[in-house]
Design a protein around this ligand. Structure first.
Ligand code: FE2
Length: 137
């Protein structure tokens, strides 16, 4: 990825550059992105913040499942930096949980939340998850 590219220019489409070459991880990342896209569409079309809150909670559950799965792969290949990587996962889940619990019914909060999540996803996938693939070889 072009390092100078602003994350605000990112969209929700899957890009080849997100591939880690670990099919299980790539499949889950694609599903995660499609879930974010679905929520974004709903936020645009509705003012039902209780519904949006539930969808975001679903997203956090999925992220937890995905992180657990990714950490199992790291264990399988004796990934040396596993503790640091696990900490990044745990920090994100803590942050998302706090954010979602303190969110007002202002729909702009949800848009802001999605932007943050997308930036985290791209950076983490490109800079951290690809290191796991190197360990698999
Ligand atoms: Fe990860």
């Amino acid at each position: 990825m072009n390092k100078n590219k602003s994350y605000s220019e990112l969209d929700l489409k899957w890009k080849d550059e997100y591939n880690t070459s670990i099919s299980e991880i790539d499949y889950q990342h694609q599903y995660f992105l499609s879930l974010v896209k679905r929520i974004t569409d709903i936020i645009t079309d509705t003012n039902n913040h209780i519904y949006c809150h539930r969808l975001f909670t679903e997203l956090i559950y999925y992220a937890q499942f995905h992180f657990y799965s990714e950490e199992t792969i790291m264990i399988k290949c004796n990934y040396g930096d596993i503790n640091n990587h696990k900490e990044m996962h745990r920090d994100l889940i803590d942050l998302l949980t706090n954010e979602i619990n303190s969110m007002s019914d202002n729909m702009a909060d949800y848009q802001h939340f999605i932007q943050f999540l997308l930036k985290w996803f791209v950076r983490h996938t490109m800079e951290e998850d690809k290191k796991i693939a190197a360990c698999m070889k």
